[in-house]
Design a protein around this ligand. Structure first.
Ligand SMILES: Nc1ncnc2c1ncn2[C@@H]1O[C@H](COP(=O)(O)OP(=O)(O)O)[C@@H](O)[C@H]1O
Ligand SMILES: [Mg+2]
Length: 236
């Protein structure tokens, strides 16, 4: 029997994905391999349309794969029913997108509390944990603000807090700083980095920013349906 090393959180093999339309078949992912270790921060780059969002959707089991295998902490996602996939996703995977998707009627702290309340935490515990995590992201003065009274960077940090408050093993971030100026992008990136370090979450971040990507543990490029390593360059 083969044992997966326990610190491999995500193990992707031979992943393929095609989209079918009346005009033909589009192969987006063609034999993708990826191993992500616990606490690892990966940056994925690639041209528009190269399949980065598709890859994250599949890793988060939000869409079906054509062939290959995705194992999350040793469990093959394919072996699970849709209900079990959803349960696994809810417990262990979080998402951050280019838009913050905060609920406008709720305050910052209420937005962060929500996933904990959905998991059945007491509101007292959810509030305490949410306040703590927002304070660690230097948002203690913004707890009671609705999203409309937050800057773009602040709202995105609240979204990061909301994604990591449930202690997921994997955070999938699809261009999380795509709408931000360079300075705000750097702060949001550092928020993800700090929380991932403290909470032990692995992060896969899609970004167009070479500056941010260079600060990840590992950089990969999606090209012609495959993931290739990008070397850290010393000269830059
Ligand atoms: N649901 C879909 N149906 C058909 N084609 C799609 C669908 N989603 C994405 N595509 C196509 O797949 C390719 C990859 O898209 P995407 O994963 O969004 O790329 P990226 O995030 O790298 O810009 C694009 O050509 C896109 O038009
Ligand atoms: Mg995309």
């Amino acid at each position: 029997m083969i044992h997966t090393p326990s610190n491999i959180v995500l193990d992707v093999k031979n992943l393929c994905k095609n989209y079918h339309s009346p005009s033909g078949t589009l192969t987006v992912l063609n034999d993708v391999f990826l191993e992500v270790h616990q606490g690892e921060f990966l940056a994925i780059m690639g041209e528009s349309g190269s399949g980065k969002s598709t890859l994250l959707q599949l890793l988060g089991s939000l869409d079906s794969i054509d062939s290959g295998d995705i194992k999350l902490q040793g469990t093959s996602i394919l072996s699970l029913s849709e209900n079990k996939q959803a349960a696994l996703r809810n417990r262990r995977i979080s998402f951050v997108y280019q838009e913050h998707h905060l609920i406008p009627e709720l305050t910052a702290v209420e937005n962060v509390m929500l996933p904990l309340l959905i998991q059945g935490e007491s509101s007292q515990h959810a509030k305490l944990r949410s306040e703590q995590i927002l304070t660690r992201l230097h948002l203690q003065e913004r707890l009671q603000h609705p999203p409309t009274r937050l800057s773009g960077g602040e709202a995105q940090r609240v979204a990061v807090a909301r994604a990591l408050v449930t202690k997921p093993v994997l955070l999938l971030a699809d261009e999380p700083t795509g709408n931000l100026d360079e300075a705000s992008a750097q702060i949001v990136f550092q928020s993800m980095q700090a929380l991932s370090r403290e909470e032990g979450a692995s992060i896969i971040m899609v970004t167009h920013s070479p500056i941010l990507a260079a600060q990840a543990h590992r950089m990969l490029q999606l090209h012609h349906g495959q993931l290739m390593p990008i070397q850290h360059s010393e000269e830059k």
